[in-house]
Design a protein around this ligand. Structure first.
Ligand SMILES: [Fe+2]
Length: 199
């Protein structure tokens, strides 16, 4: 079988060293003290300045390195000869903190290749779609086949609720949104866009 058209969603369990998530949470709340943030796709949540890959906090530097190397590993799935040294990689990252009621409207990440979301703190609340990220299939006509063969790539939407410490990498063109956080715990993620320019 040759796969014709598909949109992959990579869910990666990262090897974060012990204490990194706790350090990230502390640093993120400290950063928020001095950053009123932006209003983009976020409703009620805080979206930080998109300077994450330029910051000096140890925890942020470590997670940015993990995100960048995971994009490299993702590329190797498609091109075993992929060598990151052959590319100028441009990364832009930011933090999202969604309190109870916080959500993100449907959007894409234009002018990028791969986008990603690292889950720093994902409430374990599983009622309804709380805090789930929802991806829209660009090929909506697949819904008929999805009735016959569900969960094989034809479904109109995919909803997932990754765990803390997991990283989701997806093509930047994929429309996605985040359902309202219905728990009392903040949903904290680090999001990024990457662009790989061949040297
Ligand atoms: Fe996004």
């Amino acid at each position: 079988m040759q796969i014709g058209f598909t949109s992959p969603i990579h869910v990666i369990t990262t090897n974060t060293e012990s204490g990194l998530l706790e350090d990230l949470i502390n640093d993120i709340y400290n950063i928020r003290e001095n950053d009123s943030g932006f209003n983009l796709s976020n409703n009620m949540g805080w979206h930080s300045t998109a300077d994450l890959f330029l910051r000096n906090e140890d925890s942020i530097k470590k997670i940015c390195r993990i995100c960048a190397s995971s994009v490299g590993s993702t590329m190797k799935n498609y091109n075993t000869n992929f060598n990151p040294d052959d590319y100028d990689a441009k990364f832009v990252g930011w933090i999202n903190v969604n309190p109870k009621g916080g959500s993100n409207n449907l959007h894409t990440h234009p002018n990028s290749h791969w986008s990603g979301v690292f889950y720093v703190q994902q409430p374990i609340e599983v009622k309804g779609y709380s805090g789930m990220i929802e991806f829209i299939n660009p090929i909506q006509e697949g819904r008929e086949l999805a009735n016959l063969i569900p969960q094989k790539g034809f479904d109109p939407v995919i909803r997932i609720r990754p765990k803390s410490g997991q990283l989701v990498i997806f093509p930047s063109y994929l429309l996605h949104s985040v359902h309202s956080n219905n728990s009392e715990t903040d949903r904290i993620t680090i999001a990024f866009n990457s662009q790989l320019i061949k040297k």
